[in-house]
Design a protein around this ligand. Structure first.
Ligand SMILES: NC(=O)c1ccc[n+]([C@@H]2O[C@H](COP(=O)([O-])OP(=O)(O)OC[C@H]3O[C@@H](n4cnc5c(N)ncnc54)[C@H](O)[C@@H]3O)[C@@H](O)[C@H]2O)c1
Length: 397
C-alpha cells in the first residue's frame, strides 16, 4: 500500500468519513485513523456505519480503487504530508467545552509528526484552540503548519454539500494558508480566507444563529398555541411569497450533536455572557416541558400510554445523539403509565419497539421527529401531538 496523501484523525466519524470519501473521489489516497475499531472494520467491508446520502457508492468506489487505509494507530501520520483532525468536541454535563479531548488527541500525534507537515483542524473548536495548537507544535520543536478550516455540511448530506459550499480557510502563515487552500480547492472552487480566530467564531456564530432561528420559531409556536391558534397557518401566512421572512423555520425539536453544544461553547467563551444563546437554549429545550404541561392540563397522564415516533435528532437520520426525543421520553416516564418509543432508522437503541406496537398500545402519539415514513399513518381515535404538522392537521396541543 502506498503512503496516504493525507490522514484523517476521527476518519470513521460523521464528518471524517464523508470528507475522506470526498478526497478519494478527487483521486487522493486517504488514511482513516480512528479509535472505533468496529466502525473501521465495517467501513473496510464496504458498510457505512451511519446514513449518508451516496455514502455507499463513494465508499465502494474508493475501496475498489484501493484509496483507503484503515488504522487505529496514530503512527501512520509519519507517512503523510497532511493530517486533518476531526474528532468530537463535546461539552460536559456542566455545559463547559471538553477541550482536553482535542488536546489529548494532538498529544497522541506529536511523537509521529515531523517538520513540513500541514495539520488542519476540521472539528468545531473552542475559540483559541487553533492558536494553542500552533504554539503546542512550536513548543515541541516541530515546524508544522497549522490551519483551521471548519466543516459546515449538514449531517447526512456531506457528499453533496462538501463540493458546493465555499470552504473557510485560515492559518498562521501565508504558506499554511496556501497549502490549506490548495487542499480544499480539490473539493470546491470557492475559498474564503480569514484569520484563525475569525474562522473559529464564524463556525460558532453560524451554528448559534441557526439555533436562535429555531428558538424564534418555537417561541412563536408556544405563543400561538397558548391562544389555541394553529401556528402552521400563521407560519404559512408569514412565509408565503414573502422573501424577507421565508427562512423562518417551522417549530420542532432543535437538537443534535452540534447546535446546542456550539451555542454553549460560545456562551462559555464569552464568559457566560450570551443572553440570546442562553434564551434560545431555554426555549428549545423547554419545548419538551411545554408540550408535557399542555398534555397534563387536558389529560390524566398517569393512566395513559404514550408513544414517541422518531428518536433520531432530525428527520431522515439514524443518529440519536443529543436528540430531544430522549428528554421527552425521560420526562414522560415520570408522569405516564408507559412510554413506548420507535424510530424508522435508529438501530442503536435496544428499547425501541416496532411502530405497529406503538400504534396498537398507545392512546397518545407524539411526533419526536418528522421522518417521511410517518406521513401516511392512520391515527384516527388517538390524541396526537404534532408540533411539526407532519399529518397536515395542524399543530395545536
Ligand atoms: N456531525 C455534523 O454534522 C458536524 C458538522 C460540522 C461540524 N461538526 C464537528 O465535527 C467534529 C466531529 O463531529 P462528528 O459528528 O463527526 O463526531 P463523531 O463522533 O461522529 O466522529 C468523531 C470520531 O473521532 C473518533 N475519535 C475520537 N477521538 C479520537 C482520537 N484521539 N484518535 C482517533 N479517533 C478519535 C471517534 O471514534 C469518532 O469516530 C465535531 O467538532 C463537530 O462539532 C460536525
Amino acid at each position: 500500500m502506498p503512503s496516504p496523501d493525507l490522514c484523517i484523525i476521527g476518519g470513521a466519524g460523521h464528518v471524517g468519513l464523508p470528507l475522506a470519501l470526498a478526497f478519494c473521489s478527487r483521486g487522493l489516497t486517504v488514511g482513516i485513523v480512528d479509535r472505533n475499531e468496529d466502525a473501521l472494520a465495517a467501513i473496510s467491508r464496504g458498510e457505512m456505519p451511519f446514513m449518508e446520502i451516496h455514502g455507499e457508492e463513494f465508499l465502494a468506489d474508493a475501496l475498489e480503487k484501493k484509496q483507503l487505509i484503515f488504522t487505529s494507530d496514530a503512527s501512520i501520520v509519519k507517512e503523510t504530508p497532511i493530517v486533518i483532525v476531526v474528532v468530537g468536541t463535546p461539552i460536559d454535563e456542566y455545559l463547559n467545552p471538553e477541550i482536553r479531548l482535542m488536546e489529548d488527541c494532538l498529544k497522541e500525534l506529536v511523537p509521529f509528526m515531523h517538520d513540513g507537515q500541514l495539520l488542519v483542524l476540521r472539528s468545531t473548536v473552542y475559540p483559541g484552540i487553533s492558536e494553542w495548537t500552533q504554539k503546542f507544535f512550536k513548543k515541541n520543536n516541530l515546524g508544522v503548519e497549522v490551519a483551521f478550516c471548519p466543516e459546515r455540511i449538514a449531517q447526512g448530506y456531506a457528499l453533496r454539500e462538501v463540493f458546493q459550499l465555499p470552504q473557510i480557510v485560515s492559518a498562521f502563515s501565508d504558506e499554511g494558508r496556501k497549502r490549506a487552500s490548495d487542499l480544499f480547492k480539490k473539493l470546491t472552487d470557492e475559498i474564503v480566507e480569514v484569520e484563525p480566530m475569525e474562522a473559529e467564531l464564524a463556525k460558532l456564530f453560524t451554528n448559534s444563529w441557526r439555533y436562535l432561528m429555531f428558538a424564534a420559531a418555537n417561541q412563536f409556536y408556544m405563543i400561538a398555541n397558548d391562544l389555541g391558534l394553529d401556528f402552521s397557518r400563521i407560519h404559512h401566512a408569514i412565509t408565503h411569497d414573502y422573501d424577507r421572512a421565508s427562512d423562518l423555520p417551522r417549530p420542532g425539536f432543535a437538537a443534535g450533536p452540534c447546535l446546542f453544544k456550539d451555542t454553549m461553547q460560545l456562551a462559555a467563551f464569552n464568559k457566560n455572557n450570551f443572553a440570546l444563546g442562553q434564551a434560545a437554549m431555554s426555549i428549545n429545550e423547554g419545548l419538551v416541558y411545554y408540550l408535557i404541561s399542555r398534555l397534563k392540563a387536558k389529560h390524566d397522564l398517569s393512566t395513559k400510554k404514550v408513544g414517541i415516533l422518531g428518536m433520531a435528532f432530525k428527520a431522515e437520520s439514524d443518529d440519536p445523539r443529543a436528540s430531544l426525543s430522549y428528554k421527552l421520553k425521560k420526562q414522560l416516564s415520570f408522569v405516564c403509565e408507559e412510554v413506548l418509543t420507535t424510530d424508522h432508522y435508529v438501530k442503536t437503541d435496544d428499547d425501541l419497539v416496532p411502530l405497529e406496537q406503538v400504534l396498537e398500545k398507545c392512546e397518545i402519539i407524539i411526533v419526536g421527529v418528522p421522518h417521511k415514513a410517518y406521513r401516511d399513518l392512520e391515527l384516527e381515535g388517538k390524541i396526537v401531538v404534532d408540533v411539526w404538522n407532519v399529518f397536515g392537521k395542524g399543530t395545536v396541543v
